[in-house]
Design a protein around this ligand. Structure first.
Ligand SMILES: N[C@@H](CCC(=O)N[C@@H](CS)C(=O)NCC(=O)O)C(=O)O
Length: 194
């Protein structure tokens, strides 16, 4: 199985050098692989003859493929609900904030403070719902860690190193959940490699 982030198979993008490299070369890289990147965005994934794109579909495929190994990451309809909440509600403001506060500074571009302000307000509304959920449930999908939680990790990496951390920290159950999922050995292993 290969996760394509450029010409060679790779796993995640979470270092400054890697991000710079991808954004510098992505037109060239994507144009050479139209079948893998139909919308011109990474990641793409290959398993034998199977080509996938859309990160959440890729993680779900991997979770199903390795269902017998490690902890079960796909479990219930409730987990599906919260995985959708992440994709539909959390990701739009979180991705814009990651771009403004995480990626743009690495590329030497100026952060747009108006965008940050507006998106912070959107994120706060989502995190109010998370706070209520996490007051009664250890993880978003239930008592066990699942893809619904895991999908937050890439943006959390940037947001928790930015002023937006305060929006998470202001909600105690959210803050505890963030600390828990970011401390997972598997995530630490990813960060150590990139
Ligand atoms: N919904 C897609 C979003 C993918 C996405 O936003 N990829 C970004 C990098 S994280 C990208 O390729 N940006 C370059 C571009 O849009 O030109 C997924 O989850 O895979």
């Amino acid at each position: 199985m290969f996760l394509h982030l450029r010409f060679q198979p790779d796993l995640v993008v979470s270092s400054a050098d890697k991000s710079r490299d991808i954004f510098k070369h992505h037109d060239l890289a994507f144009s050479g692989w139209p079948a893998l990147y139909p919308f011109g965005q990474i990641p793409a994934f290959q398993d034998g003859d199977l080509n996938l794109f859309e990160s959440r579909a890729i993680t779900r495929y991997i979770a199903h493929s390795y269902a017998g190994k490690g902890i079960p990451l796909v479990s219930s309809a409730v987990e599906d609900v919260w995985a959708e909440v992440e994709a539909q509600r959390y990701e739009p403001p979180a991705a814009k904030l990651t771009w403004e506060l995480g990626i743009k500074p690495m590329l030497g571009m100026a952060t747009d403070d108006d965008v940050v302000k507006a998106q912070e307000a959107e994120l706060a509304k989502v995190l109010d719902v998370y706070e209520a959920r996490l007051a009664h449930s250890k993880y978003l999908g239930g008592e066990a860690f699942s893809l619904a939680d895991l999908h937050h990790l890439p943006t959390l990496k940037y947001l928790m190193a930015s002023p937006v951390k305060a929006v998470f920290d202001a909600r105690p159950h959210v803050a505890a959940w963030v600390a828990d999922i970011m401390a997972r050995p598997s995530w630490q292993k990813v960060l150590a490699e990139y």
